[in-house]
Design a protein around this ligand. Structure first.
Ligand code: URA
Ligand code: SF4
Length: 205
């Protein structure tokens, strides 16, 4: 099976992990993507935000959530009262998966195979950052940390207490910011995201 496992160094700090992840060939996604997009933020961060995978802009710039979904997320976090200096932002899958349509690269959702393959990087980030709270941005992040039966509906905006890699962990699930950009009623969808992030902010206080 595909796995990042052999590429993840033991006893590494975040800088060493990031450097090693740049050379990961744990699944086929590294072939067509521009670069690995590793997590960003301090190892002292209190909140870890987990997205799905880098998008087109993230793939080009090498940083998570710098494109349209990231801009929306930044705005929502500010409104919810989450200090960006207290966040570590990453993705379940570290390479951009896409199909080509004409000259454009269209986002393709990662499957269970890629999420599983990439999971050792997320596990290593978690072990180093040890966040007080994880915000799950959408179903892919939830499946990556809580198992394939995870659904956002029914649990969004709640503070869950679950075992993650054998450790008790508090998590707040919400929708993916990209889904807000695609929503029919964007304002309502955006308000919902801010409301869920406010729950996360209050859970930390
Ligand atoms: N969507 C994600 O899930 N992650 C990013 O980094 C950008 C868009
Ligand atoms: Fe490695 Fe993850 Fe990239 Fe696959 S997606 S090559 S497992 S970093």
């Amino acid at each position: 099976a595909c796995t990042a496992e052999p590429f993840v160094p033991a006893h590494a700090d975040l800088a060493a992990l990031r450097e090693a992840a740049a050379g990961c060939q744990g699944c086929p996604l590294h072939r067509d993507a521009t670069q690995t997009v590793f997590g960003a933020g301090s190892s002292d961060a209190r909140i870890m935000l987990v997205g799905e995978q880098p998008g087109d802009q993230e793939d080009r710039q090498g940083r998570p959530f710098v494109g349209p979904a990231g801009k929306l997320l930044d705005r929502a976090l500010a409104e919810a009262g989450v200090d960006p200096d207290e966040t570590y932002v990453t993705n379940a899958v570290k390479h951009f998966k896409f199909t080509r349509a004409g000259g454009r690269r269209l986002h393709k959702a990662p499957g269970l195979r890629e999420t599983r393959a990439c999971a050792p990087w997320l596990a290593a980030e978690l072990a180093l950052v040890e966040p007080e709270l994880i915000v799950l941005l959408g179903a892919t992040a939830g499946k990556a940390l809580l198992g394939p039966s995870f659904r956002v509906t029914g649990v969004r905006g709640m503070v869950l207490e679950e075992e993650v890699h054998g450790r008790p962990q508090r998590l707040v699930p919400t929708v993916h910011p990209s889904s807000v950009l695609r929503a029919q009623d964007r304002e309502t969808a955006y308000r919902g995201l801010v409301s869920d992030l406010t729950v996360a902010a209050r859970a930390l206080a």
